[in-house]
Ligand binder design. Structure first.
Ligand code: EPU
Length: 339
């Protein structure tokens, strides 16, 4: 049976990017896939609830976790095959996402550059289908392998089985809490087509010389560094709310009242609104309740100014939701997983 050390009363402070000082009753560092199947048979933790933690960058831990935290440290990144159109690259779930993106570029394999500097791990990327600056991970996804927690069996999921949506997948819904993703394979097209239309990126590239993969990577890094707080300095979990999508009739009525409303027409005729703009308009940017605050350069990001609890962040989030609803009659949906 593959060995692992069962840790008790384990501090999760270094395992969540909000920097909440909570503990897990048990924890285990997973460095080999086979350890997960062994865990399924481990009598000591048979009935303990499971919490899978990659970088802890999309989770709000509001209290101590009365179960077993699986700390994902599975490594490895390889080109596994290629066909006429694409190169397929597999990475272990515990690989740091940004380092993985940088590595693909260093191997001459562009395609993920728009997703540079997103915090977290490779294994977490499919769960919320990470996206930024005109690209969603699902567009570069091939398959993933995941272990079913209850049985220890390995399963492969293709794109259909993952049911990717906007910041959404099978693993956030029906599959929630049932699987541990151990590796992800990406399909990187050989013909590179730049994605440089996003306004912030286009603006940076205008001042530069090319739209090479590296130039887009650098532009994304520059924009993110200018707008989004570094969780090592100011705890956060990225965007705290999804950008809401509303119907055409509702949109027209709102736009008539709020001519500056920022919106993006969707292929199905609905409209996606910029939640950051809605929150900003309600006057929340830079404001706080105690140490739980709204970031002063991006109102969609809630931050821990030091010593805030998860419950205080949720209280701030609820207050913002109420204000946005009162002014725009639009409901905001929380994006990170709250526990
Ligand atoms: N805006 C404001 N005030 C603010 C924030 C935004 O007026 O305080 C306006 C901006 O001026 C812009 C619009 O809202 O016109 C959109 O802002 P931005 O380009 O910063 O993007 P976003 O919609 O707020 C989304 C993603 C981010 C991703 C960026 C870039 C979601 C929930 N968030 O943010 O993803 O990096 O687009 O693609 O879709 C994340 O998911 O954690 C995340 C950071």
């Amino acid at each position: 049976m593959p060995e692992y050390e069962l840790l008790s009363d384990y501090p999760l402070l270094a395992h969540n990017t909000f920097g909440f000082d909570v503990r897990a009753k048990y924890a285990v560092r997973l460095t080999e896939e086979a350890q997960i199947a062994s865990l399924a048979r481990d009598e000591r933790v048979k009935n303990a609830a499971r919490l899978v933690l990659g970088g802890g960058s999309n989770v709000v831990l509001t209290q101590d976790f009365d179960g077993l935290a699986l700390l994902m440290e599975l490594r490895g990144r390889h080109v596994i095959r290629e066909d006429a159109d694409a190169v397929y690259v597999e990475a272990g779930a515990g690989e740091n996402w940004h380092e993985f993106v940088a590595w693909t570029l260093s191997q001459g394999l562009p395609g993920l550059e728009n997703l540079a500097l997103i915090p977290g791990t490779v294994g977490a990327a499919p769960i919320q289908n990470i996206g930024a600056y005109g690209l969603e991970m699902g567009e570069r996804f091939d398959t993933l392998r995941a272990v079913e927690l209850s049985t220890g069996d390995m399963r492969e999921f293709d794109s259909n089985a993952c049911a990717f949506g906007y910041r959404d997948s099978f693993f956030k819904r029906e599959g929630r809490g049932r699987f541990v993703i151990v590796s992800v394979t990406f399909r990187l097209p050989k013909k590179w087509v730049p994605r440089a239309e996003y306004a912030d990126i286009a603006r940076v590239l205008e001042n530069g010389s090319s739209d090479s993969p590296q130039a887009i990577f650098d532009a994304v890094v520059a924009v993110r560094q200018a707008k989004l707080p570094d969780w090592r300095v100011l705890g956060n979990a990225g965007s705290f709310f999804k950008n809401p999508v509303i119907g055409a009739a509702e949109f027209s009525a709102l736009k008539a009242r709020e001519p500056d409303l920022v919106s993006y027409k969707q292929p199905d005729g609905q409209f996606k609104l910029a939640a950051g703009w809605l929150i900003d308009r309600c006057g929340w940017k830079g404001r706080s309740i105690g140490a739980a605050a709204v970031h002063d350069r991006q109102a969609l990001v809630l931050v821990n100014r030091g010593g805030a609890s998860g419950a205080q962040i949720l209280e701030l989030a609820d207050t913002i939701k109420r204000d946005v609803y009162a002014r725009f009659a639009v409901e905001l949906e929380t994006e990170p997983v709250c526990l």
